[in-house]
Write a protein that binds this ligand. Structure first.
Ligand SMILES: Cc1cc2nc3c(=O)[nH]c(=O)nc-3n(C[C@H](O)[C@H](O)[C@H](O)COP(=O)(O)O)c2cc1C
Length: 202
């Protein structure tokens, strides 16, 4: 097993890049930290250059920063458990996918948008920022409040900011923040026909 000094880092059967191994989803954010224009733009550029089916680029972002009116409206749509911590993040970004257009339903739009978010998250990690993705929000409220038409599907809200390991969190969030991260064993991810091709999973 590869173990990093950092307690929350992934424990892997062989080394993986530290940007991937050391990424995690914190709830403790520095409420003094502000996300500057250049830092924010770098995240969006990382997403912009993600691959997508037929280069369709179906990802859309509603970007808000703490203190802005739209930030408060996104925050209001979060479930109570997420409101307990996400307000301290520097930015809340709604991610939506254009899941239909003139050509009808877009089969890969959700997949492509997830890839764009993965690129954004990795760029954030490289820049010393953390991203915590949030599915627990009222999509109907967001759709109505921001006037999203039926071709757009809201997917997640990203809480982006600088991690604060000393931030006070209520239980059970504090315990979760300190707990080691866990994953299924590699062998569980492999369909049986090809399992013998991955020695580490045997
Ligand atoms: C689509 C999606 C929705 C999520 N929704 C929430 C959420 O509503 N609240 C929350 O605290 N974490 C949420 N998470 C974070 C996951 O719980 C987290 O990524 C997972 O437990 C693995 O932990 P790690 O990111 O620290 O490795 C979400 C993550 C994803 C990708």
């Amino acid at each position: 097993m590869t173990r990093h000094a950092f307690a929350k880092a992934a424990s892997t059967t062989v080394p993986v890049h530290p940007l991937l191994a050391e990424r995690w989803s914190p709830r403790g954010f520095d409420r003094e930290h502000e996300l500057g224009d250049e830092a924010l733009t770098a995240l969006l550029e990382a997403a912009r250059w993600a691959p997508s089916s037929q280069n369709s680029q179906p990802w859309r972002f509603l970007v808000t920063r703490r203190g802005e009116d739209a930030h408060g409206r996104l925050f209001a749509a979060l479930g109570p458990g997420n409101q307990a911590w996400a307000g301290a993040a520097s930015s809340l970004v709604l991610v939506a996918a254009r899941t239909a257009d003139d050509g009808g339903p877009q089969r890969w739009a959700l997949y492509d948008t997830g890839q764009a978010v993965a690129a954004l998250v990795t760029q954030a990690q490289a820049d010393g920022l953390s991203v915590h993705q949030i599915g627990g929000f009222d999509t109907a409220a967001v759709r109505a409040d921001f006037g999203l038409d039926s071709t757009l599907t809201p997917i997640v809200i990203l809480a982006i900011g600088r991690r604060d390991g000393t931030a006070e969190l209520p239980e059970p969030l504090a315990a979760r923040e300190a707990a080691p991260r866990a994953r299924r064993p590699l062998g569980d991810l492999l369909l049986p026909a090809a399992a013998e091709s991955v020695p580490a999973a045997a």
